[in-house]
Write a new protein. Structure first.
Length: 246
């Protein structure tokens, strides 16, 4: 593995001062492909939002030397408003903001990049379609095309395969493999452990507390998975408030 790109240094994130992610330490290597796995409510999405910078730590920190434009982020589908009246091509072109700025001119080069990205995810000919007319799988392909256009060094994906068909999942896993092959750092929250074992060489297993982090085969053991389930089932929402370290 290469040098660290992102470091979680005693990271604790709380809601109403109760920990959702509790004193997590470790490093994501540059160019690594990592799944964040664990039980429902175990802090997976909280962790990735903290890496993204959407949530502020109660204690510890996420340490890196990245610019905001270096990070591409795909939130859960439920957090995206598909009723907004925007076309497929204009959605993909939102990934060009790194080079155009918030109010920059979209030129022929940008439109060609967007068209190429749509072709790469199997949506050539969908440019003029409103996003509200798309199936869940088609819309997820559009969001992956937007990430292709963004051309980020680090890609964060929160449950990217939820409620989409098997063919779309297979195609988008291929895109993730392409990113990894290009040396990008990819971190994905996933619930399907078979997918994690097949496609992700590194895994971070969390149940609010860190259970394991390293090669997938050594992390996703029966012992670790049992420990994650036990921690999740025994978690007390009324436990003492988590105080920052002195």
């Amino acid at each position: 593995m290469s040098s660290p790109l992102l470091t979680l240094d005693n990271l604790t994130v709380t809601y109403d001062r109760h920990p959702a992610v509790h004193h997590v330490c470790g490093q994501f290597a540059r160019g690594s492909l990592t799944a964040i796995a664990g039980p429902n409510g175990g802090g997976k999405s909280t962790l990735i939002k903290s890496i993204m910078g959407e949530l502020r730590p109660a204690d510890g920190r996420v340490a890196h030397q990245l610019k905001r434009s270096d990070i591409g982020y795909l939130p859960q589908a439920a957090e995206i408003n598909r009723r907004f009246p925007i076309s497929v091509i204009d959605t993909v072109l939102l990934g060009s903001w790194k080079t155009t700025g918030a109010f920059g001119r979209i030129g022929r080069k940008h439109r060609q990049e967007a068209a190429d990205a749509l072709a790469a995810v199997g949506l050539s000919g969908f440019e003029a379609r409103p996003i509200g007319s798309l199936s869940a799988g088609q819309f997820q392909r559009v969001l992956f095309a937007r990430l292709l256009v963004q051309d980020a060094r680090v890609i964060l994906l929160d449950e990217p395969f939820t409620a989409i068909d098997a063919r779309t999942t297979e195609d988008l896993i291929g895109v993730i493999g392409q990113w990894h092959g290009e040396g990008r750092t990819v971190i994905a929250v996933l619930h399907d452990l078979d997918q994690v074992r097949r496609y992700f060489p590194q895994t971070l297993l969390i149940a609010r507390e860190l259970i394991g982090w390293g090669p997938t085969g050594t992390v996703l053991t029966d012992t670790n998975l049992s420990k994650a389930r036990m921690l999740s089932e025994s978690w007390d929402e009324d436990a003492a408030i988590c105080e920052p370290a002195a």
